[in-house]
Design a protein around this ligand. Structure first.
Ligand SMILES: *[C@@H]1O[C@H](CO)[C@@H](O)[C@H](O)[C@H]1NC(C)=O
Ligand SMILES: *[C@@H]1O[C@H](CO)[C@@H](O)[C@H](O)[C@H]1NC(C)=O
Ligand SMILES: *[C@@H]1O[C@H](CO)[C@@H](O)[C@H](O)[C@H]1NC(C)=O
Length: 484
């Protein structure tokens, strides 16, 4: 008879997976982003018009996904909030920057809890963070549209490189579903839907991927918990996944959620792009060769893309760095970050500062997190370069802020992140400064509290770049001006 999905929640939180908080949006973005007024000849600074920080009213750019080296059938990516969002207007309220940063910190804790060094930490945070605060932990801002079933039913899901399992809410919502804009997926209306048996290899794989050894009723059950107490539980199933008219996968394995505690805003579910065998990257490997790329737009009024497969490696515009595997976090994409330059000068940071924790790239973390020593070096160089501006108090996790009352432009130093293989990321000006209040602007980086916490390349600093994951080839590429 009816599976008791809720009982699975009594299990310890060790199984926890996912979380996505693809943040951004809100105040920091705009019109055409931070408009660069003058290009500094030595590329030591950006001049940013503060007026470009006003909230956008219209979706300016239609999806521009034609780049020659780009892939088959990209999906349009937009911020969850703002005029380009595929979600209906008024259905979701844009969270405040304060809330976004709180959520971001929750995600960072959660990601750290998924690394083997920190299992215990998570147990603690799982009980101390209040469940169901009513706030959307899924500030999950980057949303794409995908189809499930035959005939196809369409869903808007957030995508997440920090987790593996793809899931959507499913009828009959045996325990509960949170409200979403699209009708819930109806498995009985799909001629190609099937449950996965408990004793199948697919179910074993799911269990080892999620660390959950007891997920078994009559059929295979998945369960994902989040650091704040939200979760999704349901049938692990197969159905046709449609990305475009020519890109579909008949027996895609995904979670059909029957018990969903909704801190996901109104997105219908999640698309897991992690390294693990259950992720879409692994499941579509035969067709796309474990290659995908995306460009995250710098403003809510423009769009980016998510694409699979590519002629990767044939383009000179992309600069690659090795993609590292680390047994401490098998789902994550680790990078070899080696140093940082501010205003054209390399900071004196010992390389071991970066190797102690390792650095991952994550689509769902908003603000880049650095090891304490790396962050303090960045902060002091940045403060020096910004010394002509009056300082302002810290804002949430952002502790390097300026009062730009009376200024119409600001000159900020360039920030370049260096990676193994001699590749560097010259952070776009939209990823350097975030507007916290009408006159308060803060450096959009934060320091970790412990040297062993993961370094994380967050999505604000990825904005406007084409980020190409060649997982099979073991490399990750950065291409400037990837969204245009
Ligand atoms: C899948 O499993 C659920 C829960 O056991 C059941 O209600 C549903 O009928 C099953 N669907 C199919 C197509 O077997
Ligand atoms: C910035 O400076 C203005 C003018 O001196 C002042 O009114 C305002 O309160 C300051 N804001 C912050 C956030 O410090
Ligand atoms: C990281 O990059 C540096 C510099 O390119 C190199 O010396 C080091 O061996 C790399 N580390 C790993 C783990 O690849």
């Amino acid at each position: 008879m009816a599976t008791n999905y809720s009982s699975f929640l009594c299990f310890p939180f060790g199984f926890v997976l996912v979380l996505f908080l693809l943040g951004c949006s809100s105040k920091k973005v705009e019109a055409n982003g931070f408009k660069e007024l003058t290009a500094n000849v030595h590329h030591q600074s950006h001049v940013i018009a503060l007026s470009s920080l006003m909230p956008a009213k219209v979706c300016a750019t239609p999806a521009k996904v034609s780049g020659a080296e780009i892939l088959s059938k990209p999906l349009q990516v937009a911020h969850k909030y703002g005029p380009c969002s595929p979600l209906k207007k008024g259905a979701t309220t844009t969270p405040s920057l304060h809330q976004i940063l709180l959520d971001d910190q929750t995600r960072v804790k959660y990601l750290n809890s998924k690394t083997s060094n920190n299992q215990a930490t998570f147990q603690d945070s799982a009980v101390t963070i209040p469940a169901n605060s009513g706030q959307s932990i899924g500030t999950g801002n980057f949303v794409v549209k995908i189809g499930f079933g035959t005939p196809k039913q369409e869903f808007r899901v957030v995508f997440d490189t920090g987790s593996d399992l793809t899931w959507i809410q499913c009828q009959p919502c045996a325990v509960q579903c949170y409200s979403q804009q699209d009708p819930y997926f109806n498995p009985s209306a799909s001629s190609t839907y099937s449950n996965i048996s408990c004793h199948s290899n697919a179910c074993k794989q799911l269990r080892s991927a999620t660390g959950n050894s007891r997920a078994c009723a009559r059929t295979c059950i998945y369960q994902i918990g989040y650091g704040d107490g939200s979760y999704s539980v349901g049938n692990y199933a197969r159905d046709k996944l449609t990305l475009s008219s020519s890109d579909f996968f008949p027996k895609f394995r995904f979670g059909c959620g029957q018990n969903n505690q909704g801190l996901f805003g109104t997105a219908d579910g999640l698309l897991g792009l992690g390294r693990n065998k259950v992720s879409i990257v692994s499941q579509t490997a035969q067709k796309y060769g474990k290659i995908f790329s995306y460009c995250l737009p710098s403003t809510t009024s423009s769009t980016g893309y998510l694409a699979f497969g590519s002629k990767a490696g044939t383009t000179s515009r992309i600069h690659y760095t090795p993609l590292l595997k680390d047994s401490r976090g098998p789902s994550f994409y680790f990078l070899n970050m080696t140093s940082i330059s501010v205003g054209g000068k390399k900071l004196a940071i010992s390389p071991s500062v970066f190797t102690i924790s390792g650095t991952i790239i994550d689509s769902g973390t908003v603000i880049t997190r650095l090891a304490p020593k790396a962050y303090s070096a960045l902060k002091s160089a940045y403060r020096k370069a910004m010394s002509k501006y009056p300082t302002a108090p810290a804002y949430s996790i952002l502790d390097t802020c300026y009062n730009l009352s009376g200024y119409s432009t600001v000159t900020v130093p360039t920030i370049v992140l260096h990676f193994g293989g001699g590749t560097s990321l010259n952070v776009d000006q939209s990823g350097i400064l975030v507007q916290a209040s009408s006159t308060q602007y803060c450096l959009a980086f934060a320091g970790n509290s412990a040297a062993t916490d993961l370094g994380i390349l967050g999505n604000m600093q990825q904005q406007t770049f084409e980020i190409l994951y060649n997982v099979a080839g073991g490399k990750l590429g950065f291409g400037a001006r990837g969204c245009s």
